[in-house]
Design a protein around this ligand. Structure first.
Ligand SMILES: [Zn+2]
Length: 452
């Protein structure tokens, strides 16, 4: 069974149009990559070729390798970083909680087993917990202090008021360490993009979009994606937060509701039917941010074609008009059919297709996990998403699998993709009209702000 090989991306990448010399670029600052310990023994002691030979190359970039120079016309490849570590696998929510941190490790093992972490332009990247000062860019000191006390067993009135102890915000001893580490992973991904070390990064242990500056909610304690958007917005002009988790990204929306440099675009099951009960098209932002908060609520039973209809009607025009410098992409997999906490009827082919379209926007992408309460289906969806993020051509690669696995099956032999689900006339009748009405309302309320 193939094992993943840890590869440090050489030098700067082609995304910024820089001239690559020998593929080495500037020397890395400090230890850029701290791969998980369990991956270290698989590192090749003596690469058969210089690392520079594997440097991704964009069309028309002049490349010099070992004294040779010339214009390379090969298609650009992406450098993709998978953010995971043995350390983060050691943390768990309480056993009776439906939120399973194990999904990240499951995803990693699927990818490793299929050889999809291997390759010259892929790397597993380690990370450290976000320090307190960084967390305080979004969360209040009072909240972080209270969370610490609560984790130590002292749940007081202040803690209860912040949500701790509710069924979807269980108290556990290591919740501070886990949440800070998950934030560190997402922020590490942001740094990789900003420093030009990767074109796409994926943290399957991220996506805590419900957390507020002073409140926890919906299994979310610290808002890694809001922190990442804040960090990115300090360095670039425009950040798109695109969320396809089945729940509305209320915490991130609120954080940027009056800003136009961070657009939030959320596709989710309607708040009429699902937590957190927000995310209507009328929520468009305020002040400078008016028109930069976009919500596409979908009815229960929304199936692949209907979802893609909504996505394609809204996302490409808005992304084209907004022209973000970077995309933060939350890929909760709780929209899959059979998810115990939600009611959409998607197969993972939708997540693959949406991810393909996100990559086609041609921007650096910081992807995270999120919800997903059928652990096996979620891990398989994320493995498929990674394969698309990393540039695997599913249609050409039998090992990724086509039309393979029954939805409820844990038999992987057919590949990563779900079999298409049959939709009934009644389902279409219930869904299609609501989807069209949502599309119309989003177009009417938001598109004019963008000249559309
Ligand atoms: Zn969710």
């Amino acid at each position: 069974m193939p094992r993943s090989r840890v590869v440090a991306f050489p030098g700067h990448h082609a995304l910024h149009g820089r001239k690559i010399r020998g593929g080495l670029g500037r020397p890395p600052r400090g230890k850029l990559y701290s791969p998980p310990r369990d991956a270290l023994p698989t590192r090749r002691a003596t690469p058969s070729r210089p690392a520079a030979m594997f440097a991704p190359v964009a069309p028309g970039i002049t490349l010099e390798i070992a004294g040779q120079s010339g214009t390379i016309t090969a298609m650009a490849k992406r450098r993709a970083a998978f953010l995971h570590s043995a350390e983060i696998e050691g943390y768990h929510y309480p056993p009776d909680c439906p939120f399973k941190t194990e999904r990240a490790g499951m995803t990693r093992r699927i990818l490793d087993g299929m050889g999809l972490l291997d390759g010259p332009d892929r790397a597993e990247v380690g990370f450290q917990a976000a320090p307190r000062a960084v967390l305080e860019r979004f969360h209040t000191a009072r909240y972080l202090d209270t969370m610490q006390r609560t984790a130590a067993g002292d749940l007081d009135v202040a803690g209860l008021g912040m949500g701790f102890g509710q069924p979807e915000v269980p108290v556990f001893r290591e919740m501070v360490e886990y949440a800070a580490l998950a934030c560190g992973a997402t922020l590490r991904g942001a740094d990789l993009l900003l420093d030009g070390e990767a074109d796409v990064a994926f943290n399957p242990s991220g996506g805590y979009h419900h957390a507020r500056p002073e409140a926890a909610a919906g299994f979310c304690y610290m808002n890694d994606v809001a922190l990442a958007c804040l960090a990115l917005a300090e360095r670039v002009d425009r950040v798109l937060f695109l969320d396809v988790d089945v729940h509305h990204s209320d915490g991130v929306q609120d954080a940027f509701y009056d800003r136009r440099d961070v657009m939030t675009l959320s596709f989710h099951e309607t708040g009429d039917a699902l937590f957190p009960g927000t995310g209507y098209p009328r929520e468009i932002g305020t002040g400078d941010g008016e028109g930069y908060s976009v919500n596409v609520p979908l009815p229960p039973g929304t199936y692949d074609d209907a979802y893609l209809r909504a996505f394609e009607a809204v996302a490409p025009p808005l992304v084209g008009a907004f022209d973000p410098d970077v995309i933060v992409y939350e890929v909760g997999a709780d929209g899959l059919a059979g998810d115990p906490l939600a009611d959409l009827a998607l197969t993972n082919n939708t997540y693959a297709e949406v991810t393909r379209q996100v990559m086609a926007f041609g921007k650096p992408v910081l992807a995270t996990g999120g919800g997903g309460y059928h652990p096996e289906n979620t891990a398989r969806a994320w493995a498929l998403v990674w394969s698309v993020l990393a540039g695997e051509h599913a249609q050409d690669t039998l090992r990724v699998g086509l039309g393979g696995v029954l939805l409820e099956s844990t038999d992987w032999q057919g590949g990563l993709r779900d079999r298409a689900l049959v939709t009934t006339d009644a389902q279409r009748a219930a869904v299609d009209g609501a989807v069209e009405r949502t599309i119309d309302e989003v177009r009417r309320r938001v598109f004019p702000f963008h000249g559309l």
